[in-house]
Design a protein around this ligand. Sequence first.
Ligand SMILES: Nc1ncnc2c1ncn2[C@@H]1O[C@H](COP(=O)(O)OP(=O)(O)OP(=O)(O)O)[C@@H](O)[C@H]1O
Ligand SMILES: [Mg+2]
Length: 490
Amino acid sequence: MREKRRAFPVKRPLIDPRQVGWRLGKAGRSGPELWVPFDRTTCVIGPQGSGKTLDLLVPALLGAPGGALVTLTKPEDLFLTLEVRQHDGRPVAVLDPFNLAPGTPELVWDPILGCEDAMLAERRAKAFAAGTVKGATAQSTDQAARFYAGECAKVLQAYLHAAAIAGIGLEDVLTWVSSPRQYPQAEEILRTHPAAEPLWDGLLRGALYGDERTAGNTITTVQQAMALFFQRSIRERCVPSARRPATDLAALIGAGGTIYLLGRDDPYASASPLMTAVTEQILDIAKRLGETSPHGRLCPPFLACLDELPSTAPIPTLSTRMANERALGLSFILAAQTWRQLVLCYGEDEARTIYGLSNNLVVFGGGKDIRFYQELSDLIGSVTTTETRYSSRGNGWFGVPDPSWEQRRVPIVEPAELRRIEQRKALVLSEMYDPIIANLHRCIDGRHGKELLAAQRRARFTARSTTPGTATESQTESPAQTRPRRGLPK
Ligand SMILES: Nc1ncnc2c1ncn2[C@@H]1O[C@H](COP(=O)(O)OP(=O)(O)OP(=O)(O)O)[C@@H](O)[C@H]1O
Ligand SMILES: [Mg+2]
């Protein structure tokens, strides 16, 4: 029997949106679906627990078809996506200086590798130094911290370059850092080695032996930048040794792998210098792969998912990268809890640049920064309303109502209304389009959410069970089940 012809032809989408973007949610309760193309940048601002990670960053990461870089501070967020990102044998590496997720595939990184190239040594030193201060970029309000970050970078670039050309390891560099005036080998190498960058010995000498107070503060800043490596356990975990070679980052990104940088929001033991340096290198590698790709860009695109940006990796190059690198197939989604955090981290002007360069701004309710909400309300704009007023002409019962009309501009959304945006909803300001209150999908809801939570439990159990005495999930999976799964004898 011939199939009955449809009265209305069904319009099928020409492409699967999952191939070109990630799903943000729905416009309103029943409106059209909202998808963000991978070549658009997104800035997410919302207070703690509002849903930045579960409603936006995790869905974007899970949907990303290519490689990804993820910065985060909560191991739970890592466990949630680890299994899915390892699907199809895609590689994963976790830089975990504080051992928060033991048992996950490690990222081993050599800070000296490649620093024979003076340009690379300078970039790496500047990234390490930038992590020592909140607001290390040019527009920062903290002038003194910025000055010493610059001086610190001079010393570090000289040390990294000297170590690389002379084949010296990190342990010796740390000896120089611990007491720069007592160990002047780096200066000697830079003065005499044929491969040394000319004049760098003078730069080093100037930074270490200039004005007594300035030099003292510079040395302290250098020590802060490398502080994490002075912990032996952290050094052994992150830095290559004879048994643990450095991770091949280019191969990992090329294979569509995921790199997690698991930091900690702790003012006493900040991983920011290390995280910033590693992030810069990964983004540089992704950029180079994009430039040398036969398609002229990374295909599929590379997603930089910068969760908790101000406390993990406040990379100074973010605004430049957001402006230029999306054309090379690098996609950015970044999250901060408040606008002020971004300002503290980057300085007012640079924070505004980052905010201005975001194609999509997603803001959750629940915040208390009324000035930020006022600014958003201004950005959304106003409409003209006509008010009718009646006055009475004449006396008592015989008075005649006299209407008059007045036109007023009223904001489309009042600042106070933005604070009251409910959970699982957010304001979306996308490029030149009208503002939308989007309904978001929390990634742990529904059937897929259950699977994701089960994967999270498995990843957590694997991680915890590798640390003696911390296995707490024995009811979830028995050791008899775990050992074969992890390739161990029964
Ligand atoms: N496994 C879970 N089961 C149920 N609810 C959860 C689970 N994990 C998180 N939540 C809840 O989901 C909400 C959103 O969490 P999410 O981690 O996305 O917030 P966030 O905005 O990223 O916060 P933060 O800034 O602290 O990272 C929170 O209120 C949290 O309590
Ligand atoms: Mg979060």
